[in-house]
Design a protein around this ligand. Structure first.
Ligand code: HEC
Length: 705
């Protein structure tokens, strides 16, 4: 008896000490852990056997929009004690047996609200808290933060009001009826949940203040004003009334946490309105800023603003990686922030001191009325950017002579400079485009090599601002241009932005007037609500869209009552050739490893392909991608996210492709890898619904036979 027990104990200790004998490994928080390194010390799946991977289980959520292909699943699930927690295409939350995919419970927040929402935007995951006894899950759907019992999937009624907290409340400003949701989970520190938000990027934006909630009660524990109030640091970097009027500067991408030091790192987005800042002159702290806050109190410890007075929607798109690097012969705990511009900013995690030089470089002024672009912008000289950042003549597509001639003629008319060419009436090239460069899929960090591994989309876009004076005087049309055109297009044609915006041509045949009004007032899918518009304005827009009698512009053009800004944004448009392919030479998408010890690029490979071009005999060009990589000590990088709907495994040392397989729908999400009962799995949500791909509803888990 006694020897048996000793042997058992020995085995147990050995299993705990030796990595390769670990029986259980959790993917404990969004993107792999609170340091957000998208890394797992697992080696069962490795370079020698990755080609043997096969499907271990699949789970279908059953609620994808397979008719219009407008739903997505951007979720990076967490796996704790053998249970996977994730979300569905229409924001149902569920627990699965992580070894078999069998559902344990499903929670539908909209049933809770008494209606079944038709797609309520996207959800990227959940946060988990335990005190060793109780286990709680936190997630957001619509404008609410919910707390569930992780074991039963039931609401915790003592949290907030009957299990939920309204995000409109406790913002230190009246934002009733305005658009505020949160797509990315918060992060748990001790008894607090620290949470960000997604808000409107147009007029009527809610301020993106960061809040911590008590995990037991739902009470607000602290708030950090990302748009400072009078007397607070940074207040002078805005117009004096911005704290009451301006919005944005929100953390929509999530946080990372140095649990030991009690520091939370918050990457903020741009101020609203995204593309015109005449009403918010100044640098606009703390927009586009990496903030280091005391996780106990919300007090600012240090900050670095990556774009001053943003006019390009250069939100910080992912939580930063908390890494340890070798720098000048010393080990330094650092924080690495990727950007849409494809820069990597690397700082000492404690002091905020940059590890490599960052130059404040002069950038061109704006020629829009009332606009004052910042005279300089910070450019990190190292680490190396992970994408091209300028479209020169030699970068224009050579796919066919016609394609070249088409884009060359356009290119010659567009404003184009290396870095931060301001929005213009003529049109300016923004490259990498509005979706990066880097995006919400984040970067993986390999502690063994010091490589930061990140996927890049290399797609130029065009930003054009038009004065309202150019439009004929129709009240509904004016309002449409101000609020709707950016997504639905100049001719109501819709666009590929936000995963696919429907055309509103012939709307009369599809929707009745009350339905149109409801969509505008409440929002739908990834379309934000426009709760701040008066009923009269909404009616005027509806009249225009439904082709009803035109109402003359009531106020003279340029009068503030009609619109706040002298310009409107002429839509999210990619710079494409005449057949719809990127206007530049490939690669159009890459996977990159940048060494954070040296600041040099270690390797770069093509990521993704256009199936029809490959069929024509072209080598893979790479494609845009959504979702990020995962790296393991088994020497692998797992990555989906591409247009071709594939899942790939790469050698982390040189980017060699080891294995690929086609998914049931594109995996526009970051995978998760974990171990249950001695078996390693890698799981990916296949929700499609972006880049004109079909929507899907399947989670696919792979493992060795
Ligand atoms: C941020 C991008 C965005 C903006 C701005 C936007 N929309 Fe939308 N809109 C969408 C998306 C995405 C959908 C599809 C939603 C879904 O069903 O998932 C949509 C759907 C709609 C629909 C339903 C169409 C149908 O076929 O069912 C209407 C009507 C509409 N929008 C009107 C407007 C109006 C009016 C405005 C301006 C007040 C506006 N939208 C602003 C993105 C946007």
């Amino acid at each position: 008896m006694k020897t048996n027990f000793t042997i058992f104990l020995l085995c147990f200790i050995m299993a705990a000490c030796h990595n390769d004998e670990v029986q259980q490994y959790d993917w404990a928080a969004y993107q792999g852990g609170k340091e957000v390194n998208q890394y797992a010390p697992l080696q069962q799946i490795n370079k020698t056997n990755a080609h043997q991977l096969q499907i271990a289980w699949t789970y279908q959520t059953g609620d994808a929009d397979t008719e219009k292909n407008r739903t997505q699943i951007q979720c990076n699930p967490i796996i704790i004690d053998g249970v996977l927690y994730g979300s569905s295409a229409r924001l149902k939350f569920f627990a699965l047996n992580a070894a078999t995919g069998e559902p344990l419970w499903i929670f539908d927040p909209f049933e809770q609200e008494g209606y079944n929402a038709f797609g309520m935007g996207v959800n990227r995951g959940v946060a988990y808290w335990t005190d060793g006894v109780e286990k709680r899950l936190f997630f957001t759907a619509g404008s609410f933060l919910y707390a569930l019992d992780a074991i039963t999937g039931k609401l915790i009624s003592s949290f907030g009001k009957s299990g939920k907290v309204d995000l409109h409340e406790g913002l230190d400003r009246d934002v009733e009826g305005l658009f505020i949701v949160s797509n990315t989970p918060g992060i748990v520190y001790k008894d607090k949940l620290i949470l960000g938000s997604r808000v409107s990027e147009a007029e009527g934006g809610v301020p993106g203040h960061i809040r911590a909630y008590n995990v037991k009660t739902g009470e607000r524990a602290w708030i950090f004003h990302t748009i400072p109030h009078p007397g607070e640091e940074g207040y002078e970097t805005w117009s004096p009334n911005a704290w009451q009027l301006s919005g944005g500067a929100n953390v929509w991408a999530g946080f990372s946490l140095d649990e030991k030091r009690g520091i939370v790192y918050a990457p903020t987005g741009s101020a609203s309105f995204d593309f015109y800042g005449g009403d918010r002159l100044g640098d606009n702290l703390f927009a586009n800023t990496l903030l280091a806050l005391d996780a106990n109190t919300g007090k600012r410890l240090w900050h670095f603003q990556t774009v001053h007075h943003d006019l390009w929607d250069r939100d910080l798109p992912a939580p930063p990686n908390l890494v340890t690097v070798q720098h000048n012969g010393k080990k330094i705990d650092a924080v690495a922030q990727i950007t849409k511009s494809a820069f990597i900013f690397l700082f000492d995690r404690v002091t905020g001191k940059p590890l490599f030089p960052i130059e404040e470089r002069p950038v061109p002024p704006s020629d829009l009325k009332g606009e004052e672009a910042a005279p300089t912008q910070p450019i990190p000289l190292k680490p190396a950017p992970f994408s091209r950042t300028y479209v020169g003549e030699e970068d224009l597509t050579r796919r066919t002579p016609e394609a070249y001639a088409f884009v060359k003629a356009k290119w010659e008319k567009l404003h184009n400079r290396p870095y931060f060419v301001p929005p213009s009436e003529q049109g300016s090239i923004i490259f990498p485009g509005f979706d990066g460069g880097g995006e919400w899929g984040g970067a993986a960090f390999d502690p063994e090599s010091g490589n930061l591994i990140v996927n890049a989309s290399e797609m130029p876009w065009v930003i054009q601002m038009l004065p309202h004076e150019n439009i004929a005087g129709n009240q509904g049309r004016m309002l449409y241009n101000s609020y709707c055109l950016s997504c639905h297009g100049k001719n109501l044609e819709g666009s590929a932005a936000f995963g696919g915006v429907p055309s509103l041509v012939g709307l009369k045949e599809k929707l009745a007037r009350p339905e149109v009004i409801k969509v505008v007032q409440q929002g739908r899918g990834t379309m934000p609500s426009f709760g701040h518009l008066t009923e009269e304005k909404v009616n005027d827009i509806a009249a225009f869209l439904l082709g009803e009698e035109e109402k003359e512009t009531k106020e003279p053009l340029g009068n503030k009552k009609n619109w706040t800004y002298p310009y409107f944004f002429n839509g999210y448009s990619k710079f494409l050739d005449h057949e719809g392919y990127p206007a530049i030479t490939p690669p159009w998408g890459t996977l990159n490893a940048v060494n954070l010890n040296t600041g040099e690029l270690s390797w770069k490979v093509i990521l993704g392909e256009y199936p029809e071009l490959v069929a024509q005999g072209l080598p893979p060009t790479g494609s845009e991608s959504y979702g990020g990589p995962v790296v393991t000590s088994g020497g692998l990088v797992f990555m989906a996210g591409t247009l071709d709907e594939k899942f790939r495994v790469f050698d982390k040392d040189n980017g060699t492709l080891l294995w690929e397989t086609k998914l049931p729908a594109a995996g526009f999400a970051t995978p998760a890898t974990y171990m249950v009962d001695g078996k390693q799995y890698v799981v990916i949500a296949c929700g499609g619904g972006k880049l004109n791909r079909k929507s899907g509803d399947t989670y696919v888990a792979f493992a060795l036979p």
